[in-house]
Structures are given as structure tokens and as C-alpha cells.
Write a protein that binds this ligand. Structure first.
Ligand code: PLP
Length: 529
């Protein structure tokens, strides 16, 4: 624990101290004024830190220890899939051929990288059960935006302007936020007593003004909606698209495919299911997979391969041949022609991927380092390994749920919906609040003193005092047992003295923060001494 105030690197060290000595100049010295325009030249020397190497190392190592991270403890943050990031992936991503590849490299001289992207696209297409993939979007939420822009382009191509997007009341906040950003109107769908979509509410709200239904399956309650075939029929029946928020894919990889369930557009969160580290706001990746009818609107550039197996990036300037669909598209059920079943109306224009593109979503080709790590994960596990990972994630979640049904826990923290779960489950802290005077936030903060990162709290919104737990497949039974024991211990302690948890945490670098003030009046500048 470090309780001292955070000091910046600029406030450490002393004049003249160095962590690195530059070698002598071995080229002729040039006056910067001869090379740079006057307005870019500095008037004063910059104030740079002057520290020794040990000071430098200690400074950053200490800073890194002030936060809770996956490498130091259990991190069951529901909906976020905080699973171990294998170190092998880091080694592969750091190989100079990957790490030093310039984004402006001529595709002719980056064939290996493009082949890796092509192979990753094919693997993701197979996992999604949909034929075309774009690696462009930089996060799950960016994939959502891409999906809604594709949906708009799809409808406009058929001469339709649709205004509404349906999202269940269990949806992750990014879903309604993206709907609004994309200029559509959010229409919330009710949840039935089993935790799935209320079909009557869906039927009542699905009309010809609905552009899309956005859904996670399993949803944020950790439950698989068994009515998905009916849901797809209702949505496609009014000509709308079905969007799959793939944040919960870790429950179903290799076991069920969104394309087979009837989804038209899927996003993947590579930083969740495919072990790319969560970037803390840094580079991320949220590729999308789409059905044949959505493919013409895909973002640019489209990765293409010619008959000789050479790869290129089609930026819309007209590379002759687009790729063949990477896998066969399947209908929701076997009967009825696929077009009829999926509400497909022929496009007025071309069908080649990207031929009527929504345009670019970002600079360059996407976050390549994320692609390397995700591809390394898929290759090292293989199809059977991905399936095993999902099955183990589901087993771990159900094991932990069973442990939390023990005497002394279940009466205060009952399961909100269902009996069993998939990769995560949501408990309600309502009884705990009423009977012990402990809010979910108090329990979450006290868990930090036991060495565990808290689960997600207060989401989904429809569960009173929600606590959403996702253990993932990479945790051991001992860890799961220790977590269940810690929750039981906190509840026992609260029965004696709830004040202890109400004032937690005690062992962290900072105590409980005023989170509202921090959000409303953030202090983001610190005066240097
Ligand atoms: C269910 C769900 N959907 C969407 C997202 C958004 O994904 P991203 O954080 O990659 O933008 C998340 C992220 O936590 C999520 O849990």
C-alpha cells in the first residue's frame, strides 16, 4: 500500500541527473532553424525530468501498483470479460515485422500482415457464422456505430428512411448511446420474468419504422434467450436488421453462432473474448461480421485477395474483384427460402463488399497489434480450444454461483433471474441493503480489502442493487472459493458491524472517493512544484 500523495516525474530528481547518456553525434550537426519553420521552433528549453534510472524505474513501478490489475488479482467485472492475457501473444505482437510495420507501408510490401488480417477475418467469420468481416472499428461501441450506419445505408438503398432502433432494458449503456449518436430514436423493450425479451412487447413495437433490434445473447443477465428464432422472425418480418452485441461471446464461442440465430451484423470485442488487453482508453478493436445483404455497405478499405493470392486494400477506387463470401450464409431455420425468411429485398446497386460503402471509420486499417494478439489466441487454441474456453467460462460461473448459494449469502444476495447462468450472473443486493444496511457499493469496496477487484455494480439497471459477476475461464477453483468465502465473511462482519464495510476500503492507496464530485468536478491539472 502506498499512501503518500502522487508525485509527478517532473518533481523527482535533481538538475544534471540522467537515466541515459546519448552517444556522441556521428553525423554533421545541423541548426534546427535551418530545417524547421520559425513558428515551430521553441523559444525556451523544455522542462524535462532529470532523474537517474533507479528513480525512473521506481517511479513508474510505484505508479503501476497504485491501481488494481488483472495480473495481481481476481477481476470478476461482469460484462467486461477480464481474462488472462497470455504472454505469448505479447511476444508475437512485439516481433519487429509486426511492431515496426508502418501504417503507410505499401500493401505490396506488407503481404504477410495482410494475410494475417485476412486469416483473422476468416476465423471471425466462421465464429460469427456470417460471411464478411471488417476489422476497422476500434472498439465494441465503434462496431455498434458501424452496425447502425450499415443499417441506415441498407434501408436507404431500398428507398426507406427508418427512425427507430429497439434495445432491451437489459442493454449495455453503449447500445442506446450509439443509437442516439447515429441519429436514431431509442425504443426500449421490456424483459420477461425469465430474463429474456418480452415477445408481446416486441410484437407491439416492431413496425415498419424500426430500423434494427440490438441484442446481446446471452444477455447482460448472463442468460441465453431461447426465443431468439422467434425474435429474428419478428424483426425480419418488418424488414429491420438484427444486430448482435458480441460482448458476451465468451459464453458461446464455437458452441452457437450469431449468424445461425438470424443476426445480420455482429461485433466482436477483441479485448474481451480474444484476450487483447483492455486498453484503459488505449487502442482497442471491435471488428464486425455481416451477412451477404449488408456486405455492399461495409467500411473502406476492404481487404481483397486476387486470383494469385496477392492481398490489397480496396479503398473504393476499384480493385477489380471483391472477395468471395468467406463462409456459406445460413438461414434462421431450414424451411423457407433464405431471402424470404430474412426479409431480404434486392439491393438496387452492386453487391460486392464495400461497393456502396459507408466510407472510412478511422485512419489506416485498424489496430494491427490487436489483430496479431487475437489471431495468436485463435491459432493457439484452435476450434476445440475456443469451445473449451467458453465451456469452462460457463462452468466457472455456475460453480461460483453455486458457492454463493451457500447459507449466509443467498438470503442477502439472491440470483436476480433464472436458475443457472452462462458466463456471468447477476445477484440482487436488495435484501442485503434492507436487512444489513449494506449497499452493493459497500460490499464492492470491502472486497478490495480482501484482495479482489469488485464485480460490476448497479448494472443492469432493472436489477435492484445489482452485482454482476463474471469469473472467466482462466481462474482456478481455489480463487473462486476464496472469492465466495470473502463475500460470506463480509456479510458476517456486516451483521455484527455494518460500519466497517460502509467505510471501506482501508488497504488501498486512496480511501473511498466522492465519485459524483470526481465525475462532475474532475481535477485534471496538477501544478508543478
Ligand atoms: C454488453 C456490452 N456491450 C458493449 C460494450 C462496449 O464495448 P467497448 O467497451 O469495446 O466499446 C460493452 C463493454 O463493456 C459491453 O459490456
Amino acid at each position: 500500500m502506498q499512501r503518500e500523495a502522487a508525485v509527478t516525474i517532473f518533481e523527482r530528481g535533481a538538475p544534471g541527473r540522467r537515466a541515459f547518456q546519448c552517444p556522441d553525434l556521428d553525423v554533421p550537426a545541423v541548426d534546427p532553424a535551418a530545417l524547421l519553420p520559425a513558428h515551430l521552433l521553441r523559444a525556451h528549453e523544455p522542462r524535462l525530468p532529470e532523474v537517474s534510472e533507479p528513480e525512473l524505474v521506481r517511479h513508474y513501478v510505484r505508479l503501476s501498483k497504485r491501481n488494481f490489475d488483472l495480473d495481481s488479482g481476481f477481476y470478476p467485472l461482469g460484462s467486461c470479460t477480464m481474462k488472462h492475457n497470455p504472454r505469448l501473444h505479447e511476444r508475437v505482437a512485439a516481433l519487429p515485422g509486426h511492431a515496426r510495420l508502418h501504417p503507410l507501408q505499401d500493401p505490396e510490401r506488407a503481404q504477410g500482415a495482410l494475410e494475417l488480417m485476412w486469416n483473422l477475418q476468416q476465423a471471425l467469420a466462421e465464429i460469427a457464422g456470417l460471411p464478411h468481416v471488417s476489422l476497422q472499428p476500434s472498439a465494441g461501441s465503434h462496431g455498434e456505430l458501424a452496425g447502425l450506419l450499415l443499417t441506415r445505408a441498407y434501408h436507404e438503398d431500398r428507398g426507406q428512411t427508418r427512425h427507430k432502433v429497439l434495445t432491451p432494458d437489459t442493454a449495455h449503456g453503449t447500445n442506446p448511446a450509439t443509437v442516439t449518436m447515429a441519429g436514431f430514436q431509442v425504443v426500449a423493450l421490456a424483459t420477461n420474468p425469465d430474463g429474456g425479451i418480452d415477445l408481446d412487447d416486441l410484437r407491439a413495437k416492431a413496425d415498419e419504422d424500426v430500423a434494427c433490434l440490438m441484442l446481446t445473447n446471452p444477455n447482460t443477465l448472463g442468460l441465453f434467450d431461447a426465443n431468439i428464432v422467434q425474435i429474428a422472425e419478428i424483426v425480419h418480418g418488418v424488414g429491420a436488421t438484427l444486430y448482435y452485441d458480441g460482448a458476451n461471446l465468451n459464453a458461446v464461442m464455437g458452441l452457437s453462432r450469431p449468424g445461425d440465430m438470424g443476426f445480420d451484423i455482429v461485433h466482436f470485442n477483441l479485448h474481451k473474448s480474444f484476450t487483447q488487453p483492455h486498453g484503459g482508453g488505449g487502442p482497442g478493436s471491435g471488428p464486425i461480421a455481416v451477412s451477404q445483404r449488408i456486405a455492399p455497405y461495409l467500411p473502406l478499405p476492404v481487404l481483397v485477395r486476387d486470383a494469385d493470392g496477392r492481398f490489397d486494400l480496396d479503398d473504393g477506387g476499384g480493385v477489380a474483384e471483391g472477395p468471395e463470401p468467406q463462409i456459406a450464409e445460413r438461414a434462421v431455420t431450414a424451411e423457407a427460402p433464405i431471402g424470404e425468411r430474412m426479409g431480404i429485398v434486392a439491393s438496387r446497386n452492386g453487391t460486392r463488399p464495400g461497393s456502396q460503402s459507408i466510407g472510412r471509420l478511422r485512419g489506416f486499417q485498424g489496430n494491427y497489434g490487436c489483430f496479431v494478439r487475437a489471431y495468436a489466441y485463435i491459432c493457439s487454441l484452435g476450434a476445440d480450444g475456443l469451445k473449451d474456453a467458453s465451456e469452462t467460462a460457463v462452468l466457472n460461473a455456475n460453480y461460483l454461483l453455486a458457492r454463493l448459494r451457500q447459507h449466509g449469502v443467498a438470503e442477502y444476495l439472491p440470483l436476480a433471474y433464472g436458475q443457472l447462468c452462462l458466463h456471468e450472473f447477476v445477484l440482487s443486493g436488495g435484501p442485503m441493503k434492507r436487512e444489513l444496511g449494506l449497499k452493493t457499493l459497500d460490499l464492492a469496496k470491502r472486497l478490495l480489502d480482501h484482495g479482489f477487484h469488485p464485480p460490476t455494480v448497479y448494472f443492469p439497471l432493472l436489477v435492484e442493487e445489482a452485482l454482476m459477476v463474471e469469473p472467466t475461464e482462466t481462474e482456478t477453483r481455489e480463487t473462486l472459493d476464496a472469492f465466495a468465502d470473502a463475500i460470506a465473511a463480509i456479510l458476517r462482519e456486516a451483521a455484527e458491524d455494518p460500519e466497517i464495510a460502509r467505510n471501506a476500503p482501508y488497504t488501498t492507496p486512496v480511501r473511498r472517493l466522492d465519485e459524483v464530485a470526481a465525475a462532475k468536478n474532475p481535477v485534471i491539472r496538477q501544478e508543478l512544484k
